[in-house]
Every structure is written in structure tokens, then in C-alpha cells.
Design a protein around this ligand. Structure first.
Ligand SMILES: [Zn+2]
Length: 167
């Protein structure tokens, strides 16, 4: 019996399994970020939420607080970076993953660059003010990026927020 094809089929199954696991985990943490975005909406803030995960555990959460803090820089990512580095006692986040419901703006991408973030996962794209509109890449060269996780839900919260605002 030729075991080689079986071996490759087995490896392929393992690969598919681990990719499935990663997507499941990404969705789980993105749901937590969405919960933060919903908290922002209740406070009449533009609903963007973020969580920072280190070794499978959420170490910091945050949402947009520009109104409450009357600070145009108080984006979900900035709040979360500050909370995370205080929790970790170090300024670098190279072993962490940031989940954020909307693509970071150039300011936040710059801040994530300074923190040497390990991995960025975002939901909805921001075609008007997203950091991917800019070239060269504003993120740290070592930051891995995954986009589109629960994108529909992430953008719907923002759309809904602005629809209610106009009423
Ligand atoms: Zn930002």
C-alpha cells in the first residue's frame, strides 16, 4: 500500500483543522470586541471596540471614548494599548493580538507600530480613513494582519449608529 498519499491527506486534514480552529478563536475574540463597540454605542460614541489577547487570554479591552474624554485621539485601539501595557508592565506587544471591529486609522496604525504588535485582526474595512489607504504600510513590518473577521456585524453596528443619529 502506498502510504504517501494517505500521509498527505492526513497533513491536509490537520492543516484544515488548525485553520478552522484559528478562525473560531478569531471569531470568539472579535465577538468580545463587538461587545465593546456596543458599549460605545450606548454611551453615544462612534461604536468601535477592541480587545488585546496575550497567550489566549484577554488582557485589555477598550472602546472609542472621544466624546467622554473630549479627546480626538481616544480611539478604541489607543485606549486598549495603554491598558495593555499597564497590565503587562512593558511597552511592547509583540506577543499579543489586537482584535478591533474596524480597520485602524493611520494614527492607531502608527501607535501599533510603536508597540510592535504581533498580530492585528480587524473586522470591517474603513474605505475613507483606514490605514491601508496609505503606502508604505504604516504597521510594524513584523505585524501579521488578518481582516474581514465578522466584518458584516462590525460594520453594521457603525451603520446603525449613524442611521439613528440622522433620525
Ligand atoms: Zn484610530
Amino acid at each position: 500500500m502506498d502510504i504517501v498519499p494517505h500521509f498527505f491527506a492526513y497533513c491536509n486534514d490537520l492543516l484544515v483543522f488548525s485553520i478552522d480552529m484559528e478562525i473560531q478563536e478569531d471569531e470568539k475574540f472579535m465577538r468580545e470586541a463587538i461587545r465593546e463597540a456596543e458599549a460605545a454605542a450606548l454611551e453615544d460614541e462612534v461604536p468601535v471596540g477592541a480587545v488585546l489577547v496575550c497567550r489566549g487570554r484577554i488582557i485589555a479591552k477598550g472602546h472609542n471614548m472621544t466624546e467622554r474624554l473630549t479627546d480626538a485621539t481616544a480611539h478604541a485601539e489607543m485606549i486598549t494599548i495603554t491598558a495593555a501595557t499597564q497590565a503587562l508592565g512593558g511597552k511592547y506587544l509583540n506577543e499579543c493580538t489586537l482584535y478591533v471591529t474596524v480597520e485602524p486609522c493611520p494614527m492607531c496604525a502608527g501607535a501599533l507600530n510603536w508597540s510592535q504588535l504581533g498580530r492585528l485582526v480587524y473586522g470591517a474595512e474603513d474605505p475613507k480613513r483606514g490605514c491601508t489607504l496609505f503606502s508604505p504600510n504604516l504597521l510594524h513590518p513584523k505585524t501579521q494582519v488578518t481582516k474581514g473577521i465578522l466584518a458584516q456585524e462590525c460594520s453594521q453596528i457603525v451603520t446603525e449608529y449613524f442611521r439613528k443619529k440622522r433620525m
